[in-house]
Design a protein around this ligand. Structure first.
Ligand code: MG
Length: 388
């Protein structure tokens, strides 16, 4: 039995992880669950899975959570706050930490999980965007395997099984292109958060769905792939593949390309991260290649989607700049969802924040924390200074 800690258990990845656990109750047990603010869902989950620990990130909800949990007869530990989460992940019984919190908030608990030598099932790509170098160094030092949950990286990881030592010539990272793939620049000037939240293929949380529409998600995934697979970004190529069936591929030195294909369903990469190196039987939907008929691939348009170029630029500049990229994006993404900034302005805010932020070549953890605060302040001022 593997004991799981699920950070972000009420989110899209968290609930789908619990779905995988439901299908394999003989293999996985939920030891700890943690959510940001969604008390009702968290209580439901505690009732169903009886974890040892239930944790809420927002400390102001601690008493309310306690009341609701005791009303359903929960007898485990109830914790709250960032320090509690950081402590929770180090508990000796935990084998795998599913890191599925949204954004920068995932950095500290993921780092503590790595330091405690846990296996990390990583869905929180922002952790590697912000501090990839530090995370990879710690993972080596503490022998903590980082297994990708992100569907593209799971596909790359699956393509690399059995290829130990064989040189990667190129990573082919696929992107659906999002809801605005075929929109003109003029059309994109007027899109709303509601338009952007209609993703054609994947069911995801709000933040990542907007990142997907702006292609910042793909930019982040380029950086994530660089750290996970030790491949320079020059060797990572993004292909727009609107059907989302080829989840990504690897091209080797002999020209062979290996890919992983399947229906777009996050439960498959989640389950693979938990069961690796085994494959478990599932009743997840199958990709019907006859029904699809054809699979197509296009170049991404960096003019309409400048975020992708900004991500390459951030990682080439290195140091704390990817951390700046992430912080500015979190501010711009939220401002767009709240109607405080237009879709196209998001990229301008991120680019300008990257220009204004102070550069640190070899940041420590504390430098990342300070960079995040400073970059958010710059980005927030830019949002306020130009409301359109
Ligand atoms: Mg992805």
């Amino acid at each position: 039995m593997k004991q799981l800690a699920i950070l972000g258990s009420t989110g899209s990845i968290g609930t789908q992880t619990l779905d995988v656990v439901r299908q394999h109750p003989d293999l996985y047990q939920v030891y700890a669950i943690c959510a940001h603010r969604s008390i009702d869902k968290l209580v439901e989950q505690a009732k169903e899975f009886s974890p040892e620990v239930v944790c809420i990130a927002d400390e102001s909800l601690y008493e309310e959570l306690g009341r609701q949990l005791s009303a359903v007869g929960f007898e485990g530990k109830i914790w709250a706050g960032a320090d509690a989460i950081a402590q929770m992940v180090t508990m000796p019984s935990i084998d795998v930490v599913v890191a599925a919190m949204v954004g920068y908030a995932g950095l500290r608990p993921t780092m503590e999980s790595i330091k405690a030598g846990k296996t990390i099932a990583l869905a929180n790509k922002e952790t590697l965007v912000v501090a990839g170098e530090l995370m990879c160094r710690l993972a080596m030092e503490h022998h903590a395997p980082i297994l990708p949950v992100d569907s593209e990286h799971s596909a790359i990881f699956q393509s690399l099984v059995g290829e130990d030592g064989n040189e990667i010539e190129k990573i082919l990272l696929t992107a659906s292109g999002g809801p605005f793939r075929t929109f003109s620049h003029e059309q994109m000037e007027h899109v709303t958060a509601a338009d952007a939240l209609k993703h054609p293929n994947w069911e995801m949380g709000a933040k990542i769905t907007i990142d997907s529409a702006s292609m910042m998600n793909k930019g982040f995934e380029v950086i994530e792939a660089k750290w996970l697979f030790g491949v320079p970004v020059e060797k990572i190529e993004v292909l727009v593949h609107p059907q989302s069936i080829v989840h990504s591929a690897v091209q080797f030195a002999d020209g062979a390309i290996k890919a992983q294909l399947g229906a777009p369903d996050m439960r498959l990469p989640i389950q693979y991260a938990l069961s690796f190196p085994e494959r478990l039987a599932s009743d997840f939907p199958r990709a019907d290649l006859f029904a699809l008929g054809q699979l197509t691939f296009e170049q991404p348009d960096l003019k309409r989607f400048p975020n992708l170029g900004l991500a390459y630029e951030a990682t080439r500049r290195g140091g704390n700049i990817p951390c700046v990229l992430n912080a500015a994006n979190e501010v711009a993404n939220l401002a767009f969802r709240e109607g405080r900034c237009s879709f196209l302005r998001m990229s301008d805010i991120i680019a300008e924040t990257m220009t204004q932020a102070a550069f640190i070549a070899t940041p420590t953890y504390e430098d990342y924390v300070a960079t995040d605060v400073a970059a958010r302040r710059i980005a927030e001022e830019l949002v306020i200074s130009n409301k359109k």
